[in-house]
Ligand binder design. Structure first.
Ligand SMILES: [Zn+2]
Length: 190
């Protein structure tokens, strides 16, 4: 149960100022200006963390009038994503080469996957996330069995991870969708 944070909470945040954290949003495309605040309004005034959260979400804000986003932030985000995917794929490609010589090295990816699977099992069990629980157990179990049964083709395991990483897919909209949910815009300012 969430703690009861009522308006007359006795604690006073030393950083709190009067009123909730607000800022002015100006669209770079259509130049419309609006007041903007956090959707989950702060309790008892704008704390420092609220202001930081507001600034963070504003970077990823989508203009409520024309739907434009900060072009520099969008480009930076795409660059980071591509770089991360290439570095990840490169690491697994190197692992695949090593697995040609030392097949058991190909056990590393499923071992790591099974470790994360075990660590998150309790949480996901409580949330009844049966599909990922069963799906990942089958996936990593198959990988382990493959390496042990067919060590000559052990490299296929890291190669399959490379294929999954490089598989073209639409860009997940995070953190832009989060920003849209977290920000509430006022009416256009004159
Ligand atoms: Zn706009």
């Amino acid at each position: 149960m969430p703690p009861d944070v009522s308006a007359d909470h006795p604690d006073h945040d030393p950083n709190a100022e009067a009123g909730p954290a607000t800022a002015t949003f100006e669209c770079a495309a259509c130049h419309e200006r609006r007041r903007v605040a956090l959707t989950k309004g702060s309790v008892g005034g704008g704390t420092r963390s609220d202001r930081l959260a507001l600034q963070h979400h504003l970077e990823y804000a989508t203009c409520p009038s024309c739907g434009a986003r900060n072009a520099a932030v969008v480009a930076e985000r795409a660059r980071t994503r591509t770089r991360d995917r290439l570095m990840f794929a490169g690491g697994y490609a190197a692992l695949a080469l090593l697995a040609v010589v030392v097949p058991m090295i190909a056990l590393l990816p499923p071992a790591y996957g099974l470790l994360l699977w075990a660590l998150t099992l309790r949480t996901r069990w409580r949330r009844r996330m049966w599909l990922p629980i069963v799906g990942e157990a089958v996936l990593f179990g198959t990988m382990v069995a493959w390496v042990i049964e067919m060590p000559r083709y052990a490299y296929a395991v890291p190669v399959s991870v490379v294929a999954m990483v490089l598989w073209p897919r639409s860009d997940i909209d995070e953190p832009f969708t989060t920003a849209t949910a977290q920000l509430t815009f006022g009416d256009p300012l004159p």
